[in-house]
Design a protein around this ligand. Structure first.
Ligand SMILES: Cc1cc2nc3c(=O)[nH]c(=O)nc-3n(C[C@H](O)[C@H](O)[C@H](O)COP(=O)(O)OP(=O)(O)OC[C@H]3O[C@@H](n4cnc5c(N)ncnc54)[C@H](O)[C@@H]3O)c2cc1C
Length: 444
């Protein structure tokens, strides 16, 4: 079957310079060099990543696991140590006030800020935001980055014969047009651009989450580990507290979270005692935002000369969104450069991977989080989870059944199907049930 191909001199316009947009640019530039195709790759990004606070930030918890760090290094990128805010030592699970620590010295987990830093910061203090670093790398690979807001996309009646038109406004509010042989939608789910495509694209459904940055008391344990709090009767699926040097990023994950509810939750969790005093109020946030978290896959994220990637297409449920952006952008670039840019090429070569790796696997993720939620409602069950993890601390990593399940659910890179499969270990399930019934006792 012959597909519509990109030609020498064609322009690819990427809508959005978050991780997916920058990754796509780097993949496309690398492939075009390798296969001798002369492509102009243009990224249009509305934010200035040099600005402090949400206006210059793509708003996330900023946890990077070993997989994505390795994948980025594989693009021949030398990590700049100024991007990394902290190398995290482990992960603490707290259920209804009792906690257990999971240490993973063999796994590299880093925390970053997506922007340059919280609103309160007067200077970058020598740090670089993750998205700004990636965009610079995309530019080094040969892509052009324009600071502007995309306002419209016109897909011609016959996109096989004619190219798309992308309209954007620059910093001076002047309108411009670009003719694109391929339009790449990397605008995430915090954008109105999703409504500009008439071919049946429907963006993923999302939750309205809430995040805040707080100052941490240096002596507190909370600054060493990623902390996940789950609580009975909470409207939050979980609350994550992520250490980033002198800051803590708090992500309240729930269907529709208000800032005041997140603050109340922190008080209920008794977290005011570990935040830095010396501010007017103990829980004095230095920044906050309301990012959307995609929870389903997009409908029809492709058409002739158009493909969606990253959050605008599909990403792993509740974790590893940046890794998902890397993978979908690589698949889309490979399809566009090695197969073609028409609807059939994306349907045959790009979309099946998105469905199998992410959309289907996310069903298992939903089951895992449903089980997690159910466990928080049973005192016996969550006591058994905590005491199992505590007891496993003395075992080698490979034999830590509950710890590995919990680690991979929240932090690790494993697909949910593989995590769920590892739950069904008859011996461990029996031991766990003995704990639940109180026959076997563990560390309390
Ligand atoms: C609370 C929360 C915590 C998270 N924590 C993590 C985590 O710890 N680790 C992880 O890997 N993932 C995490 N994620 C997921 C992660 O943030 C996303 O998966 C990732 O940012 C997706 O990248 P993207 O490039 O597809 O979209 P985005 O990062 O949203 O980037 C889209 C870009 O498009 C630009 N844009 C939009 N509209 C326009 C326009 N009209 N014109 C020009 N530019 C435009 C935006 O400014 C933005 O820069 C979290 C998400 C949430 C909500």
């Amino acid at each position: 079957m012959s597909y519509l191909r990109l030609n020498d001199g064609d322009t690819v316009v990427i809508l959005g310079g978050g991780p997916a947009g920058s990754f796509f640019a780097m993949h496309a530039k690398g492939l075009s060099r390798k296969h001798g195709i002369e492509l102009k790759v243009i990224i249009i990004e509305r934010k200035s990543f040099a600005a402090h606070g949400p206006v210059g930030c793509n708003m996330c918890a900023g946890v990077l696991g070993g997989n994505i760090v390795g994948m980025i290094s594989g693009l021949d990128i030398a990590w700049d140590s100024r991007v990394i805010r902290q190398n995290v030592e482990g992960f603490k699970l707290n259920m209804n006030g009792r906690d257990a620590l999971i240490m993973r010295p063999s796994s590299k987990v880093y925390t970053v800020f997506r922007g340059v830093g919280p609103r309160s910061e007067a200077s970058s203090e020598g740090f670089i935001g993750f998205d700004s670093f990636m965009l610079e790398e995309a530019k080094k690979s040969g892509a052009v980055a324009i600071n502007g807001t995309v306002t419209d996309i016109i897909i011609p009646q016959n996109p096989v014969l004619e190219k798309c038109i992308v309209t954007y406004k620059d910093e001076k509010n002047e309108a411009h047009e670009l003719k694109a042989a391929l339009v790449v939608g990397a605008f995430g789910v915090n954008s109105s651009l999703s409504r500009k495509f008439g071919f049946g694209y429907v963006e993923p459904e999302y939750w309205h989450t809430c995040q805040t940055e707080l100052m941490a008391a240096a002596e507190s344990d909370i600054t060493r580990f990623i902390n996940i709090f789950s609580r009975k009767n909470s409207k939050f699926l979980f609350t994550a507290v992520i250490p980033k040097g002198k800051y803590l990023t708090v992500s309240g994950i729930g269907w529709h979270v208000k800032f005041s509810e997140l603050m109340d939750e922190l008080r209920i969790l008794n977290l005011d005692s570990v935040m830095k005093t010396g501010h007017e109020a103990v829980l004095s946030p230095v920044c906050h935002c309301h990012p959307r978290l995609p929870v389903t896959a997009a409908v029809k994220p492709f058409y002739t000369r158009v493909v969606m990637i990253g959050d605008a297409s599909v990403s792993r449920y509740m974790k590893n969104g940046i890794e998902s952006a890397f993978i979908t952008s690589r698949w889309a670039a490979e399809t566009a450069l090695l197969k073609g840019v028409d609807e059939a090429a994306f349907r045959d070569s790009y979309y099946p991977g998105c469905i199998v790796k992410f959309a289907r696997d996310n069903r298992f993720g939903r089951i895992m989080f449903f089980m997690h939620r159910a466990v928080t409602y049973s005192r016996r069950m969550n006591s058994a989870v905590i005491s199992t993890i505590r007891d496993e601390g003395e075992k080698p990593e490979g034999k830590q059944w509950m710890s590995n399940i919990t680690w991979h659910m929240f932090i690790g890179d494993k697909p949910y199907r593989a995590i769920l499969r590892s739950v069904f270990n008859i011996v461990e399930v029996m031991k766990f049930l003995l704990r639940v019934t109180g026959i076997k006792k563990g560390k309390i």
